[in-house]
Write a protein of this length. Structure first.
Length: 558
């Protein structure tokens, strides 16, 4: 080693040592300790709004103010929040304050001029403050609390300006435990106590939530703010088709007429409003430039509708759309993801998900058509995805979003030595390496995915990867992979499903919802993000149904 390199190594070692000491010092300085005195807050909520709050001696105690609110507020819910921990808190800069709170567990206490104000986790959840402080759309990062909103809430409660509060008040972080007397805490679902009955019931609750959201014209409530039961802007055909697919799955599982009729309304909208000409073929979309994802997921939905006997009339549309998808495939197996309807030619660009969706659509179309061109196109696409498309340095140690890919693999692979099966098994190993364990975070994250305990895990990546994991488990069992591998994937899927079930709104924190019945069964964006989008429900529900289909074959395994 040269002298220059030796100096560089020594310098880096010193830097790392100093940084470690600083991190330890900060962690100790801001670590939670016991609260200075016992604090229990009794809060009355009505239709998602806070109507009264008082400090009481213990859980179960009430004050005149609380009694009055319980008597006068419509459909009141009484909730107790017990302060179990307290610590110093960095208030500047804002970004440091933003990341100082554990989402869903931590709130803020401020003392000023003899007054004490609390902004509790329920306050922050009701206003959707968590994970809205730092946003980086390019990498999908959302973290930290919305500091200006916390400023506003403390200002309102202390009757002072934010500048005065941040200059004079004593600000503390508090850890809180919630008690709802009218709703005893449910049994915590884990991989060890989860049953098929639990999963089936959760699946049908998701389906009924979606079915309630389909209007007479077949349009879903695409995105909903659960706290206000307010529909938000946005819509797209791929997610509409995906939600239709899941409704068809659930209707077949249950035999329920309401689910069947909701499926048919949503499917009819795809057929009557979405079907257009793409040159010599039919496709799904309304713009001049359409994307293959809409047609792919429509095929998957229509196949499920025909396969399960809901409506045979969609069979010809499947063949029409499959022809369009095949026309978009290149010689190497990749798909051209857009089509210019005005110029009447494909556009050779690629986006995430679409090749996997198209391959699965053609594999599912083959189940009905028995057309070798559908099966062969699906196999060529799969070979491309796990071959040339993924050849780069480090490709055995990193994976993208392959949930559609591995579902295709389960449909078409018939050999244990197939590279696609190896690819999906390795992807499941990768998934296990980033699957949170119990105790990784102060939040309830066991079974979720992530590499940082500070980032709240999203539910949809867990659900979509669980779809792929169950498909991989199905193929691994059918093709006789080693038992140890199958057991590992089985355990992985159980932990993921248990995480989804724990955070599904069944019924969820109903005191924070304007209309709890309207969102019952829904799947939120995260444990603290109460926006509901139709694909959140679809991926979770489809994963659960696939698990119900596959796992009984393995029920003898512990």
């Amino acid at each position: 080693m040269t002298a220059a390199k030796a100096r560089l190594v020594r310098g880096l070692a010193v830097y790392a040592g100093v940084l470690l000491v600083l991190c330890i010092a900060v962690a100790r300085s801001y670590a939670l300790g016991s609260p200075e005195r016992p604090v229990v807050l009794a809060t009355v909520w009505s239709a998602g709004k806070l109507v009264a709050r008082a400090e009481v001696a213990s859980v179960g105690a009430r004050t005149a103010e609380v009694d009055k609110a319980m008597a006068e507020a419509p459909s009141p819910q009484l909730v107790y929040e017990t302060v179990t921990g307290e610590s110093r808190m960095a208030t500047k800069p804002d970004w440091l304050f933003a990341i100082s709170l554990v989402p869903g567990r931590d709130g803020v206490m401020a003392r000023m001029n003899g007054k004490t104000a609390y902004v509790t986790p329920d306050d922050l959840l009701a206003r959707q403050v968590y994970d809205h402080g730092i946003n980086h759309e390019a990498i999908g990062l959302a973290a930290g609390a919305d500091v200006p909103l916390i400023h506003a809430m403390l200002s309102e409660r202390l009757h002072a300006s934010a500048r005065d509060i941040w200059g004079s008040a004593v600000i503390r972080r508090i850890r809180v435990e919630r008690t709802v007397p009218s709703a005893p805490p449910p049994v915590r679902i884990t991989a060890d106590n989860m049953t098929h009955a639990m999963v089936r019931e959760a699946t049908l609750d998701i389906a009924h939530y979606l079915a309630r959201s389909v209007d007479d014209d077949g349009r879903f409530r695409y995105m909903v703010d659960a706290t206000a039961n307010r529909s938000l802007a946005g819509y797209d055909w791929p997610r509409h088709a995906g939600a239709t697919y899941f409704l068809a799955q659930a209707a077949a599982l249950s035999g329920n007429a309401d689910l069947r009729y909701a499926t048919l309304r949503a499917a009819a909208r795809l057929r009557d409003k979405g079907l257009v000409a793409c040159g010599d073929y039919k496709c799904i979309g309304q713009e001049d430039i359409v994307e293959v994802g809409s047609s792919s997921l429509a095929v998957i939905a229509f196949v499920e509708i025909v396969r399960t006997g809901i409506d045979e009339s969609y069979r010809p549309l499947i063949a029409d759309l499959a022809r369009f998808l095949r026309s978009q495939q290149r010689a190497d197996g990749e798909f051209m993801h857009q089509y210019d309807r005005h110029a009447r030619h494909p556009i050779d660009v690629q986006f995430v998900y679409f090749t996997g969706e198209a391959s699965l659509a053609l594999a599912r179309a083959y189940v009905l058509s028995k057309a070798t061109e559908d099966r062969d196109a699906a196999r060529r696409a799969l070979a491309y995805i796990v071959g040339p498309a993924w050849h780069f340095f480090g490709n055995r140690y990193y994976f993208g979003e392959e949930h559609w890919t591995c579902q295709t693999m389960a449909e078409v692979v018939d050999s244990p030595s197939d590279p696609a099966l190896d690819f999906c098994v390795r992807w499941q190993r990768f998934g296990r390496s980033v699957q949170h364990q119990e105790g990784d975070s102060p939040q309830d994250t066991d079974g979720s995915l992530g590499i940082d305990p500070m980032i709240t895990p999203r539910l949809t990546p867990v659900a979509s990867r669980c779809e792929a994991a169950v498909a991989t488990l199905d193929a691994a069992t059918r093709l006789g992979l080693p038992e140890a591998e199958r057991r590992a994937i089985d355990r992985q899927t159980r932990r993921a499903l248990a995480f989804l079930l724990r955070h599904q709104f069944r019924p969820g924190p109903t005191h924070l919802f304007a209309d709890p019945a309207a969102v019952h069964g829904a799947i939120p964006g995260s444990p603290v993000d109460f926006q509901l989008r139709i694909d959140y429900a679809q991926h979770a529900g489809s994963a659960m149904i696939r698990w119900l289909e596959v796992v009984p074959e393995l029920s003898s395994q512990p």
